[in-house]
Design a protein around this ligand. Structure first.
Ligand code: ZN
Length: 287
């Protein structure tokens, strides 16, 4: 059986859950056809760690941004740091950013302020955005609608790009999927598509445009069936690809090739000539 070519477009490889065996995790990802991994930051410390991993591993790329749950002390200084870090050649996006009304650890007003400031940074730099949305679709849609409209009128360098961003861990709202098209966004599908009780998502998936979909794990979280309950890891993006292949009645190789093409289109450096071919993780040495 051939191994499909896959991209894990959203994985938190920098989290401490991988400290003990990160090299083995990367080796398993490669054995499962995962040729590229995008590691978004969630706060300044993790952004730096994501960039350090991208420096160490040719197949790893980073995104820099402040997650809504970490945006309590977001300031002008934070923005300066993000702008500096975005200069790194392996930083492919601003993210993950967005709104999270589930935990509500940071006030909605503060979340919106950090979200808007980071969207503006992305428009200025011409970098796509990786969006986190939890129970906040209405406010999120309003902010993205305003942002895309205003960035267009101000001739943001994003206007030249095929995609402006991705709604990561998308979980089955047809209206939001439709709105995302209008904003020139892709959708990221991960573990939830494999969950047995995710009927709405199973029904929606075949109606989505495959040329606007990316695969992801959100590891170490959102572990796909049948590994639920264990730590997630990038190799399991293959389980997401297999489930999507079933739902769309298509060969898994085609799912892999088309979603990889979308990932390389949205995160341009992934397909650049300068990006080295993936290599096996070092067999020894500290991780
Ligand atoms: Zn994430």
């Amino acid at each position: 059986m051939t191994v499909p070519t896959l991209v894990d477009s959203h994985c938190h490889l920098d989290m401490e859950q991988f400290d003990a065996d990160r090299d083995a995790v990367l080796a398993r990802a490669q054995a499962n056809g995962v040729i590229r991994i995008v590691n978004p930051g969630v706060d300044l410390v993790h952004c730096r760690q994501a960039i350090a991993l991208a420096d160490q591993h040719p197949q790893v790329y980073a995104a820099v941004g402040i997650h809504p749950n970490s945006s309590a002390d977001f300031s002008e200084q934070t923005l300066i740091q993000l702008r500096k870090m975005s200069d790194h050649p392996k930083v492919v996006a601003i993210g993950e950013i967005g709104l999270d009304y589930h935990w509500d650890t940071v006030s909605r007003q503060q979340q919106a302020q950090a979200f808007r400031a980071q969207l503006e940074l992305a428009a200025e730099l011409g970098l796509p955005v990786i969006i986190h949305n939890r129970e906040a679709s209405t406010d999120l849609a309003r902010i993205l609608e305003e942002w895309t409209a205003s960035a267009r009128t101000r001739n943001s360098p994003l206007a030249e790009k095929p995609f402006w961003g991705v709604l990561h861990a998308f979980s089955g709202d047809a209206a939001l999927a439709q709105a995302a098209r209008g904003w020139n966004f892709a959708l990221g599908l991960g573990g939830p598509v494999t969950f047995r009780n995710a009927r709405a998502l199973h029904e929606l998936a075949p109606q989505l445009d495959l040329d606007r979909l990316m695969l992801e794990t959100d590891a170490p979280w959102l572990t796909p069936h049948p590994m639920r309950g264990k730590r997630n890891e990038p190799a399991y993006v293959a389980l997401v690809a297999e489930r999507l292949a079933e739902l769309l009645a298509m060969p898994v190789e085609e799912i892999g090739a088309r979603t990889t093409a979308v990932a390389c289109s949205i995160f341009a450096p992934l397909s650049g000539d300068e990006s080295p071919e993936p290599v096996a993780a070092a067999a020894s040495g500290p991780s």
